[in-house]
Design a protein around this ligand. Structure first.
Ligand SMILES: CC(C)(COP(=O)(O)OP(=O)(O)OC[C@H]1O[C@@H](n2cnc3c(N)ncnc32)[C@H](O)[C@@H]1OP(=O)(O)O)[C@@H](O)C(=O)NCCC(=O)NCCS
Length: 137
């Protein structure tokens, strides 16, 4: 929690809780991190296992990207996703992100590296209908 809260203070980005609309209980998180490139923000997000598959991440990504692009003055929001994370890729496609390509051996995890599929939405970019279709399951 301390690490999440410190992001806004340090200027690194913003960590938000995803809350249940009725109970207000925290059921996930969405993090917007400033990239080194001006006007670019990267997204990371998760939803607790018992609440997955209900469109929660899709709605959170839609709301946060609309806020970033339409209110916060960000020009590009992007996400880096592992190739086998189909659920996350479907979330981004449903939220109007375009799939741009694959950065090989881009992500570093303890003891392993992975490719990253790059997705983005840009300010005044094309709407959902004109973007690539979500990957099939
Ligand atoms: C990825 C994650 C955030 C999705 O959260 P969620 O609230 O369940 O997402 P949604 O309900 O909005 O949408 C999930 C989509 O993935 C699909 N999906 C779920 N599991 C899947 C799987 N194993 N294979 C393919 N698609 C899958 C769902 O059917 C849905 O797509 P659809 O609406 O086209 O049917 C959640 O699974 C999670 O927290 N995973 C662990 C952390 C993570 O991977 N974060 C993203 C890092 S880039």
């Amino acid at each position: 929690m301390r690490r999440q809260w410190s992001r806004a203070d340090s200027g690194a980005g913003v960590s938000l809780a995803i809350a249940d609309q009725v109970t207000g209980q925290a059921i996930g998180s969405i993090v917007l991190m400033l990239r080194p490139q001006p006007g670019v923000v990267g997204f990371g997000y998760w939803v607790i296992p018992s609440m997955r598959g209900r469109g929660i991440a899709t709605r959170a990504v839609m709301l946060a990207s609309a806020w970033a692009l339409d209110v916060a003055g960000i020009e590009r929001v992007e996400a880096w996703v592992e190739p086998d994370n189909r659920a996350s890729q479907r979330v981004l496609a449903a939220a109007g992100f375009a799939q741009e390509g694959v950065l090989r051996s881009f992500l570093a995890f303890p003891g392993r590296r992975a490719d990253a599929v790059v997705f983005s939405r840009i300010r005044n970019g094309p709407g959902v209908s004109s973007l690539a279709r979500p990957p099939s399951r």
